[in-house]
Design a protein around this ligand. Structure first.
Ligand SMILES: Cc1cc2nc3c(=O)[nH]c(=O)nc-3n(C[C@H](O)[C@H](O)[C@H](O)COP(=O)(O)OP(=O)(O)OC[C@H]3O[C@@H](n4cnc5c(N)ncnc54)[C@H](O)[C@@H]3O)c2cc1C
Length: 563
């Protein structure tokens, strides 16, 4: 399942998209690891990458929805997933400039403002980048509050004043989509500004990075109706719906980072001899590698399956709103586990300045914190729990979906309300489709969790206690995670060994969170009893693990970035 720059053929994509991936890989391989890591160290703005993107019209082709810009343009989540994985593989800063451009374009292409859409398509075609101005210094995750104020001055004209903070590409963006509120109290507003306008004051880069994550201020910035993208509830919806689309890319960035780091680690460990033994001969090193490889495979299986639900979503099927936040928060936190495990293998080597790993170790931490923190996303998905367990709906089976078509629904997702009404297909179908020792154990854990929700669910105080709910959310997340992994294990024919290996990790993780639930200060005797019963020892199988190890060890020497 791992991306291999020389071998992955992207056969699930059309020829044009395959070429985009291959050209991008060729750009980075030509750049080479020495320059890649040097630019990271010296915080060099990635003008070379943006020039390549401009020449090849890569952002234009990937980020212009059908109907605008070049003839073949379309918003195709399958190829965006592949592209963001490739970018993560070579460095988070390259991923980030794509990501914040994509975020910036969200409110534009979701609006009815045809002139703004045509302008964005033309700028994309000319190689411009974009920015998404939602966050503010004083308000962080509290996006209800905004000190960016738009004042009507008559004749369809306005001025905007206020500051934004943590805004990527804010130094160069051709259009910055800015979220604020109307001075007359009539509600929220999304509008577009030009980062090169004299009334757009670039204050500073607030981070220590190749990326420019800006603080900027608008000082009576003049706007006309042509710059207004959304007003009132539509502005709020555009903010959330834009994040809905893009938070998905965070998981793919993480998968790319982990894959590259993995190759470096196995190359190093398998060829380093200590006390007459290769490092890969130590049993604990094998265990770390197997766990990292298993988690990485699971991350990819889940994220790929989430693509299918995202691309086939409609007003009547909004299941993607559960799976997407999980690509964001579960896949990216799993990425941290992968890097932690690998770092314990490579040890001091991970600090060396010409290793990709040195970038990976730092960058992997960013992804759980962007586009709403893990906590915010967890608080969001808990709303889905009652319907997921107790009110399953009937849906036609969703196949693997890689068609080269425009994902039109993503730009007309509609109102963001009514999350607790969304229904899901019965999770037990996936769990009952296999008969493997660790999946069976996991099913016992699920049954106990569901019973605990019915018999000893959170009381009124616990329902207000986000700390308590986060642990419940972790357990719930694992169940949904396992469901989509099983669905995709069948589609991708992953085999019993890997499936059971994944669930060996899942049973242990579920047990860890069950223990956490048991130890919560407010857990009742009944809750503690259930939590205790949920703890299970995974089924170890020496032969299976040995076979997986062979698969892992076979990656030794398979890929090394060109120096
Ligand atoms: C490198 C970088 C790039 C960024 N790029 C952009 C960008 O281009 N555009 C943009 O608009 N923003 C951007 N951001 C902002 C980013 O999305 C915010 O950092 C994020 O939304 C959280 O805000 P905060 O970090 O200020 O956390 P805070 O708001 O200070 O939150 C503090 C803590 O409280 C918790 N918390 C807050 N509210 C809740 C809640 N409702 N439920 C549960 N827990 C909660 C959080 O999880 C966190 O642990 C960027 C940030 C960084 C670091």
């Amino acid at each position: 399942m791992l991306l291999h720059p020389g071998k992955t053929d992207f056969a699930h994509l059309d020829a044009e998209s395959q070429k985009i991936m291959q050209d991008t890989i060729a750009f980075f391989e030509k750049k080479g690891k020495i320059k890649l890591t040097e630019d990271d160290r010296n915080l060099v703005w990635y003008a070379d990458f943006l020039e390549f993107v401009k020449q090849e019209k890569i952002f234009a082709r990937l980020m212009t929805p059908a109907g605008y810009g070049p003839e073949n343009s379309r918003w195709d989540t399958s190829r965006i997933a592949a592209f963001t994985e490739v970018l993560g593989f070579y460095g988070l800063c390259y991923w980030y400039t794509y990501q914040v451009s994509s975020l910036g374009l969200g409110p534009i292409f979701m609006s009815d403002n045809e002139a703004a859409k045509q302008k964005a398509a033309a700028l994309l075609n000319d190689g411009h980048i974009f920015a998404f101005g939602l966050s503010e210094k004083e308000h962080g995750a509290d996006i209800y509050s905004s000190d960016m104020v738009v004042t009507a001055t008559g004749d369809g004209k306005y001025t905007a004043s206020g500051r934004k903070y943590y805004i990527g590409n804010g130094n160069k963006a051709g259009m910055v989509s800015v979220f604020g509120r109307m001075a007359d109290g009539s509600g929220y507003v999304f509008f577009a500004v030009d980062s090169q306008h004299p009334d757009y004051k670039l204050i500073k880069n607030v981070v220590n990075s190749q990326s420019y994550v800006s603080e900027f201020e608008l000082v009576n910035y003049p706007l006309t109706q042509a710059d207004i993208l959304h007003t009132g509830e539509a502005a709020w919806d555009a903010a959330l719906n834009t994040v809905n689309i893009n938070k998905y890319n965070l998981g793919w960035g993480s998968i790319g980072i982990c894959s590259h780091a993995f190759y470096e680690a196995i190359n190093h460990a398998a060829n380093r001899n200590l006390y007459g033994k290769f490092v890969t001969d130590f049993p604990h090193i094998r265990d770390l590698f197997i766990k990292a490889y298993t988690r990485l495979t699971a991350m990819k299986l889940f994220a790929l399956r989430a693509t299918d639900y995202m691309r086939t979503a409609s007003a009547d099927d909004r299941r993607y709103l559960l799976y997407n936040p999980m690509v964001k928060m579960k896949v990216t936190t799993e990425g941290e586990h992968v890097i932690n495990a690998i770092w314990d293998v490579v040890a001091a080597k991970g600090f060396e300045k010409d290793m990709y790993f040195n970038m990976a170790a730092k960058d992997i931490r960013a992804l759980p914190k962007l586009e709403g923190t893990v906590h915010v996303n967890m608080a969001l998905i808990i709303k889905f729990m009652p319907n997921y367990f107790f009110n399953a709906g009937e849906f036609a089976e969703i196949p693997a979906y890689h068609k080269p078509v425009n994902d039109a629904f993503l730009f007309k997702q509609g109102p963001t309300k009514g999350l607790s009404k969304i229904r899901f297909h019965d999770y037990s179908k996936a769990y009952d489709s296999v008969n493997l020792p660790n999946v069976s154990l996991f099913k016992e854990q699920i049954a106990l969790f569901k019973e605990a929700l019915m018999m000893a669910g959170p009381d009124a105080a616990q329902q207000k206690d986000i700390d308590f709910l986060l642990t419940i959310g972790e357990l719930f997340t694992l169940i949904v995670y396992g469901q989509l992994i099983l669905e995709n294990a069948a589609i991708y024919n992953i085999g019993d060994d890997m499936t059971d290996q994944i669930f060996e990790v899942m049973v242990a993780d579920f047990s860890r969170f069950a223990l956490e639930l048991h130890n919560k200060p407010s857990s009742s005797a009944a809750q503690m009893g259930y939590a205790f019963k949920m703890i299970r020892k995974p089924v170890a199988d020496k032969n299976r693990t040995e076979r997986i190890w062979k698969e892992v060890y076979a990656l030794n020497g398979v890929y090394e970035m060109r120096k």
